[in-house]
Design a protein around this ligand. Structure first.
Ligand code: DAH
Length: 352
């Protein structure tokens, strides 16, 4: 066959073949078939060595021309495939700009956080400082300076996570009482609260191994039990509603003398008696008392001159009472269905 005819055939064949190509991979194969080392175009020069110089030149030119044309055709096809792919994707990913936008979900303050802020607001309005203390504490601050020496039976009621002989995860925010007295080198009056996390080896529906407490400490001249009573009465009404009544029962804590436990009228039945308050009408809310002389002394305050009161309560307990939460673990597992209720019921749910 004459070279020109062969060339024409090759182009026609390629043209037909390209028409059927739909994928990049197929195009790669076609390219190899024509332009590869043993491709149809290259093959044209197979018997080049038998030709005269003149013929070689002529064939060379024809083949080069063909190569350019074939390359051009394949490139063109390549471009077509890319355009098609682009079109497909644009269509597939088309954005309907007339659709209404998605609503952005509004978050809400966690009930625990809300309780802390309300407790702080109340006490700050009464002139208290809000102070902080470390969760990793010394045995000295958590127990010894609070009149709980090593071996004291009161330690049993607070099953402690010890780190080593001296360090522990604080079991009570009372540790901040010891810190605050020590840190006040001028020995001026103290009015402070300390909200924070505490840890105990407990875990069930009403106890968590980690929970929140708020501690309060007042040290001044002539502080009496009446001051403590008035303060806690106002606090209970503020947190649980104006109709809340408060009852003081004698109790024991090593760091206070006398010690009291403070009950509030059941928020559910208003004091009539119901399953929640075990028909008593009362629910225990706080531990409190007059600061023990030993604790004042260890804090550098002369108990002959200074008196004070202290109290401590569970923040989780307050949150559970206030929002009628049946299981303490809801406060920690951050289930969105639980938390969402607090954005909707934000205002109406709170006792004012
Ligand atoms: N720290 C006590 C507890 O965790 C609570 C408490 C009782 C704190 C009496 C006080 C207090 O400040 O005076 O059970």
């Amino acid at each position: 066959m004459e070279t020109n005819e062969k060339i024409r055939n090759i182009k026609e064949e390629l043209d037909k073949e390209l028409e059927g190509v739909e994928k990049q991979q197929e195009l790669v194969e076609v390219k190899a078939k024509y332009l590869g080392k043993k491709g149809l175009v290259t093959e044209l020069t197979a018997n080049m060595k038998d030709l005269s110089i003149e013929e070689k030149k002529e064939l060379g030119q024809l083949v080069n021309l063909l190569k350019n044309e074939v390359t051009e055709m394949i490139n063109q096809k390549q471009q077509d495939l890319q355009n098609k792919e682009l079109e497909r994707r644009l269509k597939e990913e088309e954005i309907d700009i007339s659709l209404p936008s998605r609503k952005i979900k509004k978050g809400s303050r966690h009930p625990f956080q809300r309780i802390i802020e309300d407790v702080e607001d109340f006490f700050v309005s009464m002139g208290y400082d809000v102070v902080d203390g470390p969760e990793l504490e010394t045995d000295e601050n958590c127990f010894r300076r609070l009149n709980v020496p090593l071996g004291h039976p009161a330690r049993d009621s607070q099953d402690t996570f010890y780190i080593d002989d001296e360090y522990l995860l604080r079991t009570q925010t009372s540790s901040v009482q010891a810190r605050t007295m020590q840190a006040n080198t001028e020995k001026t009056p103290i009015r402070m609260i300390c909200p924070g996390k505490v840890y105990r080896r407990d875990d069930d529906a009403t106890h968590s191994h980690q929970f929140g407490q708020v501690e309060g400490l007042v040290v001044d001249k002539d502080i009496s039990l009446a001051d403590l009573k008035g303060t806690l009465e106002m606090f209970a009404k503020k947190m649980l509603g104006e109709n809340t009544k408060v009852r003081f029962r004698p109790s024991f804590f090593p760091f206070t003398e006398p010690s009291v436990e403070v009950d509030v009228t059941c928020f559910k039945c208003g004091g009539k008696g119901c399953p929640l308050c075990k028909q008593t009408g009362w629910i225990e809310l706080l531990g409190a008392g007059m600061v023990h002389p030993n604790v004042l002394r260890m804090g550098g305050y002369d108990p002959e001159k200074w008196t004070g009161f202290a109290f401590g309560t569970g923040l989780d307990r307050l949150a559970m009472f206030r929002y009628a939460i049946p299981d303490i673990r809801y406060l920690y597992t951050n289930d969105i269905r639980f938390l969402e209720q607090f954005s909707r019921k934000d205002e109406e749910n709170e006792v004012k």
